[in-house]
Design a protein around this ligand. Structure first.
Ligand code: ASP
Length: 350
């Protein structure tokens, strides 16, 4: 930085100056989409807002310290994995057989490196194991007992499976088992099985993007089912233009390659982020029969949080350093303050 005055102006505006670029760091998180609104109590809502705020604060502190977008994503997600109100880490949903099987992925948009884990049952923070896969191996995804053997080698915290158990999730499984037995699914049933997954996308002071997602998957899942969250390109993706973490009915996100699809519209077709994310989440996925939402962030710090469910836990923090958290669909989340610039031409429109 050549001029002290400029440095001061940047600092006041909340910008950081590290490396080659002056970028205002941004962090966006989600705590899942699809919760049925009448299931929410005031106490639960308060706890969720508090945890989301803590996650934003911890992740943003990492960005303000000049660390990487990958570091911020991991820091933000550890807070949500440790909180029993989310379907990730402690508080994960149960499988049909009564266990908790966790999936997570992280991707560094700057290097296109990625790490993921699937079906782990003893790892306290699956996002940290996904990161170790990215940083310490030549692989992208590890699963089950092999992943846990690697976790042990890396000194990642392992816990007894009883750590993940919460009464609320156990009751949700009992309800689903009864519905399975009665064999009369109702309209809310599929949506009600997908909730509470956590995700984060970040832009650091050097202009690097990253994305991460962590989940227990879907309530009552069986046969080793793995969803979109740990699949690079489906539930999690980042490159140098765009970072996305999705949440919703994972089978549709996999079939739509949803996160990659959003980023390719941005990278290759030059579609503005908000439009790209809205087309995939509000048109392509519902037209296939799926539902859910996503958080998306571009290299200019534009934020997009489309969702087609009643509720999506979501939050962001930008240059003003204030965490913004919203839950309901009709609640203003403040992202309209980040309008996408008009496209230069319409040739790339989907
Ligand atoms: N997408 C996740 C899955 O299908 C669930 C969720 O987002 O709540 O595993």
């Amino acid at each position: 930085m050549k001029f002290p005055g400029l440095f001061l102006a940047s600092a006041i505006a909340g910008f950081a100056s590290v490396g080659h670029a002056d970028v205002a760091p941004v962090l966006v998180i989600h705590g899942g989409a699809g919760v049925v609104r009448h299931d929410m109590t005031p106490a639960r809502e308060k706890a969720i807002r508090a945890a989301m705020t803590r996650s934003l604060r911890d992740g943003y502190a990492v960005l303000k310290a000049g660390k990487s977008a990958v570091d911020a994503v991991a820091a933000a997600l550890v807070v949500l994995e440790d909180d029993p109100n989310f379907n990730a880490g402690k508080g994960a949903v149960f499988t049909h057989g009564g266990s908790n099987e966790l999936d997570a992925a992280i991707m560094d948009g700057d290097t296109l490196r990625a790490g993921a884990v699937a079906g782990v049952q003893h790892v306290k923070n699956p996002i940290l194991l996904a990161r170790a896969v990215m940083d310490k191996t030549s692989y992208v995804m590890l699963s089950g007992t092999g992943a846990e053997e690697f976790a042990k080698q890396q000194g990642i915290t392992l816990v007894d499976p009883s750590y993940f158990r919460t009464e609320q999730r156990w009751q949700q499984l009992q309800k689903a088992l009864k519905e399975d037995a009665a064999k009369h699914p109702h309209a809310d049933e599929e949506t009600a099985k997908h909730f509470g997954t956590v995700g984060a996308v970040a832009l650091d002071a050097q202009g690097r993007l990253a994305a991460g997602t962590s989940t227990g998957g879907v309530n009552d899942k069986r046969w080793g089912r793995i969803g979109d969250s740990p699949i690079i390109g489906a539930g999690t993706y980042a490159n140098s233009d765009c970072a996305v973490s999705g949440t919703g009915w994972g089978e549709f996100y996999m079939r739509a390659v949803a996160a990659y699809e959003i980023c390719m519209k941005v990278t290759q077709m030059r579609v503005p982020l908000k439009r790209a994310a809205a087309v995939v989440i509000n048109q392509e996925i519902p037209s296939m029969g799926g539902s859910g939402g996503a958080i998306a962030l571009d290299a200019q710090g534009q934020i997009s949080i489309p969702f087609n469910t009643d509720v999506m836990y979501r939050g962001w923090v930008g240059a003003d350093g204030t965490p913004h958290v919203a839950i309901y669909g009709d609640e203003d989340d403040g992202t309209a303050e980040f309008p996408a610039p008009a496209p230069a031409d319409s040739a790339g429109e989907p």
